[in-house]
Design a protein around this ligand. Structure first.
Ligand code: DLL
Length: 434
């Protein structure tokens, strides 16, 4: 089944012509309405009307997460605030989040692209969609919610957490589709087992999992434990939220990126050069229909490759490979984006803490864990133990308050953490991904 047969199966020449037209409209709009883009195009000597082919896109400068941070909160918006009907945000490299705004039309397009994504994953109107992505500033919850309603399915707005209740609802309400992070799906399965509930007896037939990296091995495990088909969905708040790309259930080989709304390029992250199909590099996305905050050549930092071969499902939109990592140091811990520098600035603001630390990320019982090892002032070690305990709690609370993640701290004596002569190794990530 295909949700929007006309657009999802457009022959490539027509699709590319549509992309060029929409690109030109977007370029004119950002040039006229966003001072940042006017300046950056002027600096590069480019006028919007000098872009006459999709190849010309390569002449345009990139947009970075830093540019969004520099224009915090609304500086890159291309529509007036009275036309913005929704605001979402995700973590940036400082305490300030990256802010995005949607016009009514943006929300409608997002709902349609999520509805397309649900159908590509094998969901349909009669499904009961159990949505355990978080509702709030994070785009996961509301993105999936609007898409499920657009499809005409029954959506259960569970949001994250409250695991026992999730299982009860899934069982009693007869949920047929599960949407959450892949790690949470395994956690749900284990929690169900502890409750003596056989997950395989639930009515679920498909899970639509994303927001964090996961591997093919993890898919095999999820499919076996939950007895469902596990589909990979990709997205990022800067570009829209969930539903930028999704695997189709028919081929389950690569994620179709909705090319009538986004132009994808794969570049060498070091040189910025365009790479040919099949080669791994950084995904760069240009939005071509967004009104609230259109982005030109946005550096996602996600590493993948692109494939334009026809797909067995009949969709003509290119497929990107499962994300195999990031070209920056962003970590995703229980779905929350975290930069080591954020933890560093929290630590450095706490009395008695030395500037040497190590973050150890692991996955236990299918949930991400974070241990923060940090050196503390020598005098604290000769002090009473309760002072160390208080300091640990202070650090854990500050990280929870500012970043929203739970961690364990391990205070160590000065000179315990290995020093490095080059780049300091701040993170040990023991989670298995690809
Ligand atoms: O995670 C949007 C989303 C919600 C996607 C629900 C899918 C499902 P952000 O919080 O802005 O948005 O984080 C975006 O998460 O740049 C990737 O590094 C990572 N990511 C998202 N989906 C996947 C995936 C949402 N399927 C960042 N595989 C992105 C690997 C993913 N990484």
């Amino acid at each position: 089944m295909i949700y929007n047969e006309e657009f999802e199966t457009l022959p490539r020449p027509a699709l590319e012509a549509l992309q060029l037209k929409r690109l030109n409209d977007t370029l004119s709009r950002v040039y006229a309405n966003v001072p940042f883009y006017k300046q950056s195009f002027d600096k590069a000597g480019i006028r919007p009307d000098s872009v006459t082919s999709l190849e010309d896109l390569q002449k345009l400068p990139f947009t970075y997460k830093q540019d969004m941070r520099d224009s915090y909160p609304y500086g890159l918006f291309a529509a007036p605030m009275e036309d913005i009907v929704r605001i979402h945000a995700s973590s940036g490299t400082t305490g300030k989040p990256t802010v995005v705004g949607y016009t009514r039309k943006d929300i409608e397009i997002w709902a349609e692209l999520m509805a397309r994504s649900f159908v590509a994953a094998g969901a349909h109107k009669g499904d009961i969609i159990h949505n355990a992505y978080g509702y709030g500033l994070f785009t996961g919850g509301l993105g999936a919610h609007y898409g499920a309603e657009r499809l005409g399915a029954s959506v259960i707005p569970m949001s994250g957490g409250n695991t026992k209740k999730q299982i009860m609802i899934m069982q009693d309400f007869g949920s047929t589709v599960l949407t959450c992070t892949p790690s949470y799906s395994l956690f749900l399965a284990e929690a169900a087992e502890e409750e003596g509930i056989d997950f395989k007896k639930l009515k679920l037939h498909v899970g639509i999992f994303g927001a964090e990296p996961w591997s093919e091995a993890m898919r095999v495990e999820i499919e076996a434990k939950l007895d469902i088909c596990a589909i990979d969905i990709y997205g990022l708040s800067e570009i829209m939220g969930p539903g930028v790309a999704i695997e189709c259930r028919v081929a389950k080989k690569g994620l179709h990126i909705w090319e009538d709304h986004f132009i994808a390029e794969i570049i060498d992250p070091d040189t910025g050069e365009l790479l040919p199909p099949g080669e791994k590099g950084e995904l760069v996305i240009t939005t071509i229909t967004k009104q609230g905050i259109p982005l030109i050549r946005y550096r996602t930092r996600d590493i993948t490759s692109i494939n334009y071969e026809p797909c067995a499902c009949g969709r003509t939109h290119a497929r990107i490979d499962r994300m195999s990592g990031r070209s920056d140091d962003m970590l995703i811990i229980r779905g929350v984006n975290v930069f080591p520098s954020q933890i560093e600035s929290i630590l450095m603001g706490i009395e008695g803490v030395e500037p040497h630390y190590l973050l150890i990320v692991d996955r236990k019982d299918n949930l991400d864990t974070l241990e923060v090892q940090v050196e503390v002032d020598e005098r604290l070690f000769s002090d009473e133990i309760k002072h160390l305990q208080t300091l640990s709690l202070t650090i854990e609370k500050a990280i929870k308050d500012l970043l929203g993640i739970t961690c364990k701290t391990r205070l160590v004596e000065p000179r315990t953490i290995a020093r490095s002569e080059g780049k300091a190794k701040r993170v040990i990530d023991n989670r298995k991904t690809v």
